[in-house]
Design a protein around this ligand. Structure first.
Ligand code: ZN
Length: 383
């Protein structure tokens, strides 16, 4: 059986499970398939090892004029359990605008399913691994066989390659392998080497150059996977560039007629990187608004902070951007944001008092114009 577990040396006994995730779309699929792969690659708990070619197939059922699908299979490894991974895949679907309906033949923006989870065979209520479709549906089996031909189906003992070859019928004939060329850099199976642990080749080679330049040996054991890790970390830490406010807010703005009380959220942790040195600065934010008919879920405020923090920043601009975003989303009577951050570029280089922190604020609307509102807010965020 193939419960391949690879050891990521830095983490001692933490173990990763190899997983095949099947991805499908038949709405703006040229855009959505690469975006889903990009989101998987960017996920902090998922390492994408290989991606299959892209296969086009007609819908299995439903109206005859339903648009064709693109299907790919993605070979990933993760420490997440199968239910945890499934939850993360659902989050990606939701962030991309998928609305799950009862009708399984509805056209869909994106579909992300666990097809194989290591060698496990397990039932979880209304779903199971391996996905039963892995053995019966060509649009699932063919991309899987493309990305992991020697993977053994844990129930039948057959390789995915022989499962794909055994499937017969219309669907197989109509499936054709096509290549996508997109600005998102979707890579075909050929671009991944056998080890398959390439993440962002260009960034990785730059990190390797950098290691050489500072006099290190990028081939010594401790550094061998460092370019990969740095590329992944960098991708995550700058993910704000490719995250839209709409997907973060995602319909969590509610009408609240008559809600006129000041809303204050404090101690929201943030982590960002200064644009001057690309070193971290981090701290806490206090965000407040005086509603004018609309309120937003509190957890969304932390997500909005993240969207702007996960970029190269200066703290002043970060503070302003959060305030402007809150204003744009809620159109409240006013917004206030106060951030307190420690900057490693100052602390590590000893150019300023080592433990000093920087405080920035942005006041909009009534927080700017009305001293009483402002001082009420400032009182509320005092420790
Ligand atoms: Zn700096």
């Amino acid at each position: 059986m193939t419960v391949e577990r690879i050891d990521m040396s830095e983490d001692g006994d933490r173990s990763f499970t190899n997983v095949i995730v099947s991805v499908g779309s038949n709405i703006e699929k040229e855009r959505h398939i690469p975006e889903a792969i990009r989101r998987l690659r960017r996920h902090p708990d998922i390492v994408v090892r290989r991606v299959s070619r892209v296969f086009e197939s007609p819908p299995v059922a439903g109206p005859a004029d339903a648009p064709d699908f693109f299907n790919v299979a993605v070979f990933v490894c993760t420490e997440l359990t199968a239910p945890e991974l499934r939850e993360e895949l659902r989050h990606i679907e939701t962030a991309m605008g998928r609305v799950r309906t009862e009708d399984r033949n509805d056209p869909r923006v994106i579909d992300l399913d666990i097809t194989y989870y290591g060698g496990s065979t397990e039932e979880f209520g209304n779903w199971s691994v391996p996905d039963p479709e892995a053995a019966t549906e060509a649009h699932v089996a063919i991309p899987v066989a493309d990305v992991a031909p020697e993977w053994i189906h844990p129930l039948s003992g057959l390789t995915t390659k022989s499962i794909a070859e055994r499937l017969e019928g219309n669907e197989v004939e109509q499936i054709m392998a096509i290549r996508l060329s997109t600005p998102y850099g979707l890579r075909s199976a050929d671009d991944f080497d056998e080890v398959g642990e390439v993440y962002a080749p260009k960034l990785e080679s730059l990190v390797r150059e950098q290691l050489l330049e500072i006099g290190e040996d990028p081939d010594r054991e401790g550094l061998a996977r460092t370019p990969l890790r740095v590329a992944k970390a960098m991708d995550f830490l700058t993910s704000g560039y490719s995250t839209s406010l709409e997907e973060v807010v995602n319909n969590a703005v509610f009408d609240a007629e008559g809600a006129e009380e000041m809303v204050v959220v404090r101690d929201v942790e943030f982590y960002s990187m200064c644009e001057h040195h690309m070193l971290p600065f981090f701290g806490t934010a206090a965000v407040s608004y005086l509603p004018k008919g609309s309120i937003i879920g509190l957890s969304k405020i932390a997500r909005i902070v993240d969207v702007f923090a996960r970029r190269l920043q200066v703290q002043e601009r970060l503070t302003n951007q959060i305030a402007d975003a809150m204003g744009e989303i809620l159109e409240p009577h006013g917004v206030a944001v106060v951030m307190e951050g420690k900057h490693l570029c100052m602390m590590m280089r000893g150019v300023q008092k080592q433990d000093s922190s920087m405080i920035t604020s942005a006041m909009r609307g009534c927080f700017k114009d009305d001293a009483r509102t402002r001082s009420e807010f400032l009182d509320l965020i005092k420790n």
